[in-house]
Design a protein around this ligand. Structure first.
Ligand code: IMP
Length: 450
């Protein structure tokens, strides 16, 4: 009954998709348990690039069952787009299952997310604008629309009407405010086409929305299933189930750098709720971290480099988001934050990705403590947000390496300095590093025996 959770150990984009794809070789079921199409995985296989936002990375293995769990928020249009794209690429999606209990991202969630971003002005969180926060908010308010509702037009209509009612006014006000802000900024000409201020928005027309979603329901019906039971059956039959996290520990709604976080719980514990299994079904937790650190969107990032080295990390690591194309902020590996993630998720193993990016950067630095603005030494991740915002990292400097790592396939192929760098990280956080990425292709991975 092995239940293996894979989580991001930093601020996301650590390369979880690639590692999931590799670990999926020994699994029968791969389940996503939270987040939505704010995530983006790129997997390069035999030179062919695949990008996923919703569908679990394991889909490339035709013999495995891929599950979108109840904890995921699903934009049905995006999901159908991914299904169609995979079919065009000749990848079978007959093994895809969608939880009947997953919540749907509706057009009004996307509009609210976009409008809300403008409204926050300077304090913008920098969301992906995919409607994630408003959808989870409706779920908690019990105003959400679930996948199963797509299969009953009457219920669907009633629920959409109920969900829309309290939002109509807010949506109208936000659209007026947005146009006003843009006008003030002299950007009216760039504003997207939309209804005149105060006029009804056709995207929010009840009849159209119901019709569209009934149609989505017909198309998705073959995939809709009782996915919790599917997981239990697999676990009870001693099959391996992988629970694939999206986003990452420091973006966790409860344990991350709130409010600069996502609206779900990407930590390992949340796999139980988001997939419908028990805590003791989880037997192993993998954390994925880059060999340096990146973050998209706003929020504290103590080791951020706003210099030439940071710029080189962006260039060498192609640090632009899969989902929004935004440039990622880059910085040195933060071992205080990583040790926090290791404990929070109770990780058993680490995968370190993109080690090759550090080649030629000169001596490597890793943050080993923070100093508060009052001068106090902080050896652990501060729970108080204000302290984190003003904390400065203190570094240990380690020898760098100049070799190209792209062809390394075993630990012994790595230059000594790269091996020492990995050992330092592993010793500091107390967890073995069992996989190392040295390039984008799945073959560019080094396995290290525990
Ligand atoms: P949301 O998840 O779209 O609400 O965005 C909230 C915050 O999480 C923003 O700072 C996003 O940039 C960040 N975020 C959401 N998904 C990802 C991801 O997959 N990778 C990295 N950052 C993400």
């Amino acid at each position: 009954m092995p239940g293996v959770v894979i989580v991001g150990a930093q601020w996301g984009d650590e390369g979880k998709g690639k590692i999931t794809d590799l670990l999926a070789e020994n699994a029968e079921v791969i389940v996503r348990f939270q987040g939505g199409n704010n995530a983006g995985h790129t997997i390069v296989r035999d030179g062919e690039e695949f990008k996923f936002h919703l569908i679990p990375s394991g889909i490339l293995h035709s013999t495995k069952t891929c599950v979108i769990g109840n904890g995921v928020v699903v934009d049905p249009r995006v999901l159908l787009g991914e299904i169609d794209g995979l079919k065009r690429a000749g990848v079978s999606v007959g093994n895809l299952r969608l939880s009947a209990n997953a919540h749907l991202i509706m057009p009004y969630h996307v509009l609210l997310d976009q409008a809300g971003e403008t409204k926050l002005g300077k304090l913008s969180i920098g969301t992906t604008r995919r409607g994630i926060g408003p959808c989870y908010a409706d779920k908690a308010l019990r105003l959400g629309i679930r996948v199963q509702d797509l299969l009953d037009e009457k219920i669907l209509r009633t629920k959409i009407r109920a969900a829309l009612e309290p939002k109509q006014q807010a949506l109208r006000e936000l659209s007026v405010q947005r146009r006003k802000l843009r006008k003030e900024a002299g950007e009216e000409a760039k504003a997207p086409a939309g209804p005149a201020p105060g006029a009804p928005d056709p995207r929010l027309d009840l009849h159209t929305m119901v019709e569209e979603h009934v149609n989505y329901g017909h198309r998705l019906e073959p995939h809709i299933a009782d996915t919790a039971k599917l997981c239990w059956d697999a676990l009870d039959a001693d099959q391996t189930v992988i629970f694939e996290g999206a986003q990452a520990t420091l973006l966790d709604l409860d344990h991350g750098t709130y409010p600069f976080v996502t609206s779900s719980n990407p930590i390992a514990g949340a796999a139980t709720v988001g997939a419908g299994v028990g805590p003791t079904d989880i037997t192993e937790v993998w954390g994925i971290a880059k060999a340096y650190a990146t973050r998209v969107g706003a929020g504290p990032f103590p080791t951020e480099l706003e210099d030439e080295t940071g710029e080189r990390m962006v260039e060498r690591g192609h640090e632009f988001g899969t989902t929004t194309g935004r440039r990622r902020r880059c910085g040195w590996m933060d071992l205080i934050a990583l040790r926090y993630a290791v404990r929070l998720n109770r990780m058993d193993s680490l995968a370190i990705t993109k080690l090759d990016v550090l080649s030629g950067l000169g001596p490597l630095r890793v943050a080993v403590r923070y100093r508060s603005k009052e001068g106090a030494v902080l050896d652990s991740f501060p729970y108080h947000q204000s302290i984190l915002h003003s904390a400065t990292p203190e570094y240990e400097e380690l020898p760098g390496f100049d070799e190209d790592l792209g062809e390394c396939r075993e630990e012994k192929d790595l230059p000594q300095a790269a091996r020492d760098y990995l050992d330092y990280i592993s010793d500091f956080v107390g967890v073995p590093i069992r996989l190392v990425g040295v390039g984008p292709d799945r073959a560019q991975t080094i396995r290290i025996d525990a």
